[in-house]
Design a binder for this molecule. Sequence first.
Ligand code: MN
Length: 238
Amino acid sequence: MEPLEDLVAAYRILAEHGVIDAYGHVSLRSPRDPTRYYLARSIAPEKVQEEDLLEYDLDSRPLDAQGRESVRERFIHGEIYRSRPEVMAVVHNHSPSVVPFSVTDVPMRPLFHMAAFIGEGLPNFEIRDVQKGTDLLVKTPQLGEALAKKLGNKPAALMRGHGAVVVGEGLARAVGRSVYLELSARMQMQAMLLAGEKGKITYLDEAEVKASNPVQDYARAWPLWREKALARAKAERR
Ligand code: MN
């Protein structure tokens, strides 16, 4: 099925770009039933094939696991789909350049056109506000719901000391935003180093953010990334 192939590609693209490590995940809302979504079983993202994808309801219960182990943080996906009807794809990552912004008071700001969406504002989820003494994992429906609430209507949210969630109206957007969020974090650190204490950094202004967001759907990057990822998936099957 084509959408499931897209999801296999999404896992591999995110791993290839260093956005998800052995633990990140990406999901797709079912195109047939908005109360269902697909997410891979607990497996390294760069190894995902179609048979590793499980279907879940919005309570994040697998419908037909057949012994396949679910990822513990699946509630991130179910609760975001529940609260955001227009969202069709959700990425949870441990994007390494993004994490420093989640533990300092330096906000991520839009400085690069491919990641203009940052200008809409990225909330930072502090898990301690919901529950103290956790291992930082969003592994209960309550934590997932709190994260979805913090995300609000934004394209992404940081998760303090952990990573980020990124959403989109389709996989291309959620994946593209994740790749460019990581790159933008790196670029902002470089710009801050170059500029130093007194230097000036010119960020995108409000009008530029507003003009960029409706058009930035990563439509040229996605088919290229997808083709390469699916060729690798196919080669590994032989
Ligand atoms: Mn995680």
